[in-house]
Design a protein around this ligand. Structure first.
Ligand code: FES
Length: 283
């Protein structure tokens, strides 16, 4: 089963679709709502939270479908699920458009499964409204199977392929507590992004006009993009891969698709001009 799910990520024929669909999704005039759909205000992807509503409604409808005398309630839940699938889909698509190609292939199959589920449930709602309850129930159970398959593929995307996970979570566990030297002050030209490594952890070091040094974890929390190759502007670094913007002073993600901030190091310069950094909570 896992091997089959892994194969979705290698299904290159889907690439004929991913490019055009990605351009459409990226071109939608969503403004700041795009970051809301990513989940930036809540600190993790919004899509998994929103899918609880349609899945919960449809599962509840399936339970009611085997309880006599609950036809109206079951139909109501089927309809709620169909309507609630729309915001969940919006959030999913904007996340999908900023993923690696193997994740996007899996995401397309996930979306197709859920689209089939929505279609079956919509027909189920119509049939129930026309009094064809038995047909509506069959369509509902078929929809639940499609939604379940889509959910499993979505789980694979989230946990096996790590789409949406905070890629900087391991950083404190890879470092020892304490202060570590990373170079001399003059090694860091003002306004330039410089890469350093601390053990296994790449760092982004930036010396601002006025001499203040900022040090962030060098791999983007979104999908591990190389921040030292990013653009420094307005006290922030822009990730070169999908454009997430992180404030240098505290690592806050001021623009998505990243939903988690960057780990930010304390900085100290000793009397010999050597820069030392320390990550609070490391070790
Ligand atoms: S890796 Fe996607 S925004 Fe940085």
């Amino acid at each position: 089963m896992v091997t089959s799910l892994d194969a979705l990520g290698r299904w290159e024929k889907l690439d004929a679709l991913t490019g055009p669909v990605q351009r459409v999704v990226r071109g939608l005039p969503l403004g700041r709502y795009r970051d809301v759909l990513h989940g930036l205000p809540i600190g993790h992807p919004l899509h998994p939270a929103l899918v609880q509503v349609p899945m919960g409604a449809w599962l509840s409808a399936a339970v009611l479908d085997v309880v006599p005398g609950t036809g109206r309630s079951a139909r109501l839940l089927v309809g709620v699920g169909v309507l609630a699938a729309a915001p969940a889909a919006w959030a999913g698509w904007v996340d999908w458009a900023e993923q690696h190609e193997d994740q996007m292939r899996t995401g397309l199959v996930h979306a197709a499964s859920i689209a089939v589920a929505v279609g079956l449930y919509a027909r189920s709602w119509v049939q129930r409204g026309r009094g064809r309850t038995a047909r509506g129930k069959v369509l509902g159970f078929a929809g639940l199977c499609a939604a379940g398959a889509g959910g499993m593929i979505g789980g694979h995307l989230a946990y096996r392929q790590a789409a949406g996970a905070n890629k900087t979570e391991p950083v404190p566990h890879l470092l020892d507590d304490g202060w570590h030297p990373v170079g001399r002050v003059e090694d860091f030209p003002i306004g330039e992004a410089v890469r350093r490594e601390l053990g296994e952890v790449p760092l982004l070091v930036v010396r601002r006009p006025g001499g203040h040094l900022h040090v962030l974890a060098g791999r983007c929390s979104h999908l591990s993009g190389p921040l030292p190759e990013g653009t420094i502007t307005d006290g922030c670094v822009v990730c070169p891969w999908h454009g997430s913007v992180f404030r240098l002073s505290d690592g806050a993600n001021v623009r998505g698709p990243a939903t988690a901030p960057q780990p930010t190091f304390q900085v100290s310069v000793d009397y010999e001009g050597i820069v030392h950094v320390r990550l609070p909570g490391a070790g």
